[in-house]
Design a protein around this ligand. Structure first.
Ligand SMILES: C[S@@+](CC[C@H](N)C(=O)[O-])C[C@H]1O[C@@H](n2cnc3c(N)ncnc32)[C@H](O)[C@@H]1O
Length: 211
């Protein structure tokens, strides 16, 4: 693994050696195979396996006490973050409408196993309404993951507010290439945007005060 691979870049960001990230990715394989088995051949717009592995390692390295995500869907990212969290708490915001197509509908977060739900708080509603009051209540967060409405204005709104509630942390964005918002945010804050995947619209992180 070298710093030209996503895992190598994550290791470098945290000042760790590549072996540590590889170890975390190995530790994540158990939850990864659970998610893959449960999803089967359904896509459900879930965070893909390559991105999930990187997310697991990121959370292990960052060890957030408070994490926030928008866009739960089937719960693939939610399950991954919760499995890696340790003692932290994950707050997720989702519209809460049943998920899937007309033939098959699933409750939001149906993938999240019972044993991980103790450190999960699901807030049902639009993040345009719920995010700011939630962040104000939480004070400081260390991880924010965006996967809700991928429209520039909305992404910008979420990222700006999450950034302002971080002292040291990471913004992670799925499908980041679908709007200019992550690039604009990184320019606005003078922060580095690190691309971790180009698949399905890409996956990036914008670290704050790390490394
Ligand atoms: C792509 S899916 C999320 C997939 C999920 N991150 C995963 O890995 O399985 C998008 C989800 O975002 C939710 N959503 C879309 N716009 C939203 C908004 N403005 N506020 C809250 N949730 C929203 C939808 O209800 C849907 O469940």
């Amino acid at each position: 693994m070298t710093s030209s691979t996503p895992a190598g870049r994550i290791a470098k960001l945290f000042g760790e050696d590549d072996g540590k990230v590889a170890d975390y990715i190995r530790q994540g394989e158990k939850i990864e195979s659970y998610i893959s088995r449960k999803l089967g051949d359904r896509n459900l717009w879930a965070l893909g396996p390559e991105k999930r592995r990187l997310m697991f390692a990121l959370v292990k390295l960052l060890r957030p006490e408070v994490a926030v995500e928008t866009g739960v869907g089937a719960g693939s990212s939610t399950t991954t973050i919760l499995a890696a969290l340790g003692k932290g708490v994950l707050h997720s915001i989702d519209l809460g409408v049943k998920y899937g197509n007309e033939k098959e509908e699933y409750p939001v977060g149906f993938l999240v196993p019972e044993r991980l739900r103790g450190k999960w708080r699901l807030h049902t509603g639009n993040s345009a309404d719920l995010l700011v009051p939630l962040l104000d209540e939480l004070g400081t967060i260390q991880l924010f993951y965006h996967d809700s409405t991928h429209e520039e204005k909305h992404v910008m709104f979420e990222l700006r507010n999450a950034w302002d509630h971080m002292e040291r942390g990471i913004l992670a964005v799925d499908n980041y290439m679908w709007t200019p918002a992550p690039g604009k945010l990184s320019l606005e804050k003078g922060a580095r945007l690190m691309q971790l995947s180009r698949r399905q619209g890409g996956f990036c992180i914008i670290p704050k005060n790390i490394g």
